[in-house]
Design a protein around this ligand. Structure first.
Ligand code: NDP
Length: 309
């Protein structure tokens, strides 16, 4: 008899195909009455494939052994509840570092040079009436990276290739890194032209980038958020962007995705992106392969490839 696993949302087609080859996959999101289905069948489920797992869902799966998340962030998996029941949790780190770092640099250039606005300018025939304008460049500027982790380091490498000076903030100094470390985020914001956020979401980082941090970044300062929407005081950011207190923002993540406050749509000094840091075919395939490899390792009694719990 094959192992029965649960999906509660759609996964990448290649990942779903690989899972179906190995396991009996149940798709809760396709059940007409998910609650009733769980009551009848929950006890047979040994693994969950994909992120977004609450303590309540775990409670309805009494024999759950492992949650194999899709993505490096696992703020939407209740790891505390998992730990309490010895349920293992895996994520998909590293394989997405390059894609996210590439998007970050892309967003920075897009914001500095107003690339999306320039595209609109041409399409709307406004070029016929005059030139577009003069904007900014990355060269020679200081970028403060908030979270010099796996992805943060890839962003740092690319930022240096853009001839930027890199500094960073985290909970601790990393002695092996050549960049200047700031223990105080407000101080780093004050000394930086750009602030790039690439720390995990969750309780520990909620509101890390407060109004005070944004004000320290200042009227010429540029904020890039590729971490999580919860990191930033979104209302304060909007207010400052509107009234010249913050120079600009390039945002791949939002507080309440996919609902983005309409106030952003009216602003010229923002570039908006639909949480697509890792969204390339090659990276998503690699993430799917890692998810499946973690499940395979678990059920073969081998060490997990990327365990978070
Ligand atoms: P890592 O764990 O490798 O790095 C996280 C970094 O954040 C570490 O350097 C850590 O440094 C720092 N950090 C953690 N907590 C805090 C804190 N409270 N205050 C300050 N710094 C902190 O993670 P990854 O680089 O692999 O991924 C980072 C995050 O990026 C993910 O968790 C996810 O939220 C986001 N992400 C977004 C994507 C997108 O599509 N936009 C795609 C992929 C990831 P220290 O321990 O010294 O504090």
């Amino acid at each position: 008899m094959t192992i029965e696993i649960l999906q509660t949302g759609k996964l990448l087609a290649s990942c779903e195909a690989a899972l179906a080859e190995r396991y009996t996959v149940h798709k809760l999101h396709e059940q007409p009455d998910p609650h009733a289905w769980l009551q009848q069948n929950g006890a047979r489920i040994r693994a969950h494939a994909g992120s977004g797992v609450s303590a309540d869902l775990m409670a309805s799966l009494p024999n759950l052994e492992i949650i194999a998340g899709f993505g490096v962030g696992y703020d939407n998996i209740d790891t505390k509840a998992a730990k309490a029941r010895n349920i293992r949790v895996t994520n998909t780190p590293n394989v997405l570092n390059d894609a996210v770092a590439e998007l970050t640099i892309g967003l920075m250039i897009a914001l500095a040079r107003r690339i999306p606005q320039g595209d609109q300018f041409v399409r709307q025939g406004k070029w016929l009436q005059g030139n577009f304008g003069l904007f900014n460049e990355l060269t020679g500027k200081t970028v403060g990276i908030v979270g010099l982790g796996r992805i943060g380091k890839e962003i740092a490498t690319r930022a240096q290739a853009m001839k930027m000076r890199v500094v960073y903030h985290g909970r601790k100094r990393q002695p092996a890194e050549p960049h200047v470390f700031y223990e105080d985020l407000v101080e780093m914001a004050r000394d930086s032209d750009w602030l790039v956020l690439i720390v995990p979401g969750g309780k520990g980082t909620d509101g890390l980038v407060s109004r005070q941090v944004l004000e320290a970044l200042g009227p010429q300062g540029m904020l890039v958020n590729v971490g999580r929407g919860t990191l930033v005081d979104e209302a304060a950011m909007l207010d400052l962007l509107r009234h010249g207190g913050l120079g600009g923002a390039a945002l791949d993540v939002f507080e309440n995705e996919p609902n983005v406050p309409e106030a952003f749509f009216k602003l010229d000094n923002v570039v908006l992106s639909p949480h697509q840091g890792s969204a390339t075919g090659q990276t998503r395939d690699a993430m799917g392969r890692l998810l499946v490899a973690n499940l395979d390792a678990h059920f073969a009694g081998e060490p997990l490839l990327s365990a978070v719990v």
